[in-house]
Design a protein around this ligand. Structure first.
Ligand SMILES: Cc1cc2nc3c(=O)[nH]c(=O)nc-3n(C[C@H](O)[C@H](O)[C@H](O)COP(=O)(O)O)c2cc1C
Length: 335
């Protein structure tokens, strides 16, 4: 595998409304090594937006990937050029989102019906940066009732369809493929259902790696345990996990072994780190709720989980609430 690709065994999936800078800082309170993603940001938002607000992040968040959605090469080029001012490690194109708002604009998963167009967008992104440019896509799509009539074929859901797609993308020099192992049904299923209903077909992701070993292949979809990760890593290069990390962030402590270390941080130590972060927010006049809302899973599966959620979900919660919770936790330990 060439050295010019960002390689990291575990990544935290891009998730709109979740993987913002506050959640990413929270992840870093537990694990310093996993690769993180921004939320998906449209090229247009970057071209027209308040850049520091949209693209800014803290050094501690590296290694980090900027994920964009784009409909054409011109916008993609401009957006990536603008993002060059920020220290992202990799730029990723979203070709996996089934949302109609995104698909209706010919972004996200619907682009899988137009591999040549995707190749042009990626080529433009590569021309705008020397960093790794990668793609996140599905194993296929069902575009019936939504793709235009001019397109003779509307369902791209066989392994051969995916291989054809990947082959076309490779030709412009893309080597890193993050593959969500289920198809996206563009009409009839909503975004959430599209992450649950179409069956997972991990074998097809394994197969593409086997047939084209030069590809760097990262598998995604429904991965929940360290044991599952170990099994996937026998077949592909890396694993991407979304919901399980968000819902149960302490799972990040189990990932030290992929980086040759042991992570022994306790919930109490994490709360101490949270207090420092929240105190800084308070000094800067930023509402702590924007951070705390991402930490509801800290006591996942533990006694006291409901209590924790209730306390940090209070829109007025801040460092004071955290300090009290920490005190109670320490007292409880002494009993
Ligand atoms: C709330 C939410 C928002 C998401 N937003 C994005 C996104 O912005 N870009 C993207 O490529 N995928 C997005 N996804 C999909 C995830 O990146 C991932 O592919 C999917 O959740 C399957 O992985 P998992 O089973 O480990 O969660 C989102 C998923 C969720 C749950």
């Amino acid at each position: 595998m060439e050295k010019d690709i960002v390689q990291n065994k575990i990544s935290v999936a891009p998730m709109v409304d979740r993987t913002d800078r506050h959640f990413r800082n929270f992840v870093r309170m537990i694990n310093k090594d996993v690769l993180m993603y921004t939320e998906m940001i449209t090229a247009q938002a970057i071209i027209n937006g308040n850049l520091d607000y949209i693209l800014g992040f803290d050094k501690i968040e590296n290694p980090i990937v900027l994920q964009i959605a784009a409909t054409n090469p011109e916008d993609a080029y401009k957006a990536v050029k603008i993002a060059e001012k920020y220290d992202y490690d990799e730029i990723n194109l979203n070709v996996g989102c089934p949302s109609e708002r995104v698909s209706g604009n010919m972004m996200g998963a619907s682009l899988m019906a137009y591999p040549e167009k995707v190749a042009k967008i990626l080529e433009a992104m590569k021309a705008a940066t020397k960093k790794t440019v990668s793609i996140k896509h599905r194993i296929g799509i069902d575009g019936r009732k939504i793709l235009p009539d001019a397109l003779s074929k509307k369902v791209f859901d066989t392994y051969e369809d995916m291989k054809n797609f990947v082959e076309i993308i490779r030709k412009v020099g893309i080597k890193k493929f993050i593959i969500h192992a289920r198809i996206a049904v563009l009409a009839g299923l909503d975004t959430k259902q599209n992450r649950e209903v179409p069956p997972l077909r991990y074998d097809e992701v394994y197969k593409i790696k086997k047939e084209i070993p030069d590809l760097y292949v990262e598998i995604n979809g429904g991965i929940k345990t360290a044991e599952q990760i170990d099994n996937h890593l026998k077949e592909v290069d890396a694993v991407m996990i979304g919901r399980q990390i968000y819902d149960n962030p302490m799972i990040l402590t189990k990932f030290g072994k992929y980086y040759g270390k042991k992570i022994e941080v306790t919930r109490e130590e994490i709360i101490e780190r949270m207090i420092k972060y929240v105190e800084k927010m308070e000094l800067e006049g930023i509402r702590p709720h924007l951070f705390l809302r991402h930490t509801h899973g800290l006591f996942f599966g533990q006694r006291g989980s409901k209590f924790w959620k209730r306390a940090i979900n209070d829109p007025k919660a801040g460092s004071f609430v955290l300090k009290n919770l920490l005190k109670e936790l320490k007292n409880e330990r002494k009993i």
